[in-house]
Design a binder for this molecule. Structure first.
Ligand code: GDP
Length: 360
């Protein structure tokens, strides 16, 4: 699937850059263009592989919006024409989808990404997706509240919002900074493989995935998740039947970008590896298992020929917002929002309205 990426805020810019590098290093050519947008000049200066656009200079003079995501919304709204102008020419007619990438707990990305998605929907005919990072449980109240409002608004604006939970893909005992490096690498590998898997590969079998399958899986809207796992493959495809099942199970149950999210409206199972090692029977079995597990009748499947001695499974879920994890997060965000309001509100107001508001 040919995509253009727009990273907003610090996390958005870093993850976009990783995706660009992964796609180039692997020689996939799925990423057609990329831009990083931020109100903090310093964060943009640390990026080497993507073009950048500063916003909000008249309001915050390149210093960022701190954790104020309402200000993030405002500066994106004020400078939207400049951002769209910078994208002109970077989003070619080849792009089949646009991804707006952001950490949802901060300021610029949290507040700016939903605005940008809204305007991209107006200008471009291709689907506009969000790739959003949810704060981990241990991040502060402000992050949770910001992410709640940002997610709510993204769900309204984007064709689908692929969520990565910051608690999902890091190692135990890592510092936060090291953890970000690890998580960003994992995001790049998994999401980068999904983009590449949607590229029709000429001259290879019929069961190869193409971009329409990714787009159709995401068509249900709402929250999307992505899981991934690999195992060493045998040279004999018959011996890989169990392996195909194992990696599919792991991808959904332990390797997902959002833990405990298995109920979905639609799913796509991509089995990656050397074509002659991919077991047809195993793939079919894993697809049926995924149907049972997600409760979805719309489970698509396909191969992704990849020169590797391993077999990998990528599981993309669409319409996964009913899952426990999303519900728990929204609860956490509402509590955080209430706690924040309580600090400044009088006692009567505390009980006035506990729901999250859209950002705009
Ligand atoms: P912004 O620049 O104002 O948009 O703020 P950030 O992008 O720093 O957003 C803060 C949120 O993103 C927090 O929840 C952080 O945990 C998360 N975050 C910041 N940097 C990274 C990163 O490099 N990787 C990941 N996965 N999350 C990050």
């Amino acid at each position: 699937m040919k995509v253009a990426l727009i990273g907003v805020g610090q996390a958005g810019g870093k993850i976009t850059e990783r995706l660009v590098r992964f796609d180039a290093d692997m020689g996939f050519g799925a990423v057609q263009g990329a831009l990083a947008v931020n109100s903090a000049k310093q964060d943009l200066q640390s990026l080497e592989y993507v073009d950048t656009q500063l916003i909000g200079a008249d309001r915050v003079n390149g210093h960022g919006v701190g954790g104020d995501n309402e200000l993030g919304t405002e500066v994106m709204q004020s400078d939207i024409e400049q951002v769209l102008g910078s994208l002109d020419g970077r989003i070619t007619s080849k792009a089949e989808a646009l991804f707006v990438v952001a950490g949802l707990g901060g300021g610029t990305g949290s507040g700016g990404a939903p605005v940008l998605v809204h305007h991209l929907q107006r200008v471009y005919d291709v689907p506009v997706y969000a790739l959003g990072v949810l704060p981990g449980r241990n991040e502060g109240v402000l992050y949770q509240a910001n992410a709640g409002r940002s997610l709510k608004t993204l769900l309204r604006e984007a064709d689908s919002t692929l969520l990565i939970d910051n608690d999902a893909w890091h190692e135990q005992g890592e510092s936060v900074e090291d953890a970000f490096e690890t998580i960003n690498d994992r995001i790049a590998r998994r999401v980068g493989l999904l983009f590449a898997a949607g590229e029709a590969v000429e001259g290879v079998g019929e069961s190869v995935v193409d971009s329409s399958e990714v787009i159709n899986t995401l068509r249900t809207g709402g929250v999307a998740t992505l899981g991934y796992a690999t195992e060493v493959a045998s040279e004999d495809s018959g011996e890989n039947i169990t392996t195909a099942m194992t990696v599919s199970r792991q991808a959904l149950l332990t390797g997902a970008s959002l833990p405990d999210a298995t109920t979905a409206d639609s799913a796509l199972l991509v089995i990656a590896g050397q074509s002659d090692r991919i077991p047809r029977k195993g793939v079919e079995k894993a697809r049926r298992w995924l149907e049972d597990e997600t409760g979805s009748m719309q489970v698509r499947g396909g191969d992704f020929p990849l020169d590797s001695d391993r077999i990998g499974a990528l599981v993309l879920l669409g319409g996964a917002e009913r899952s426990d994890r999303v519900q728990k997060f929204m609860q956490r965000a509402q509590e955080a929002n209430r706690a924040q309001e309580t600090e400044s509100a009088d006692h009567a107001e505390q009980f006035a309205d506990d729901r999250l508001e859209n950002l705009f």
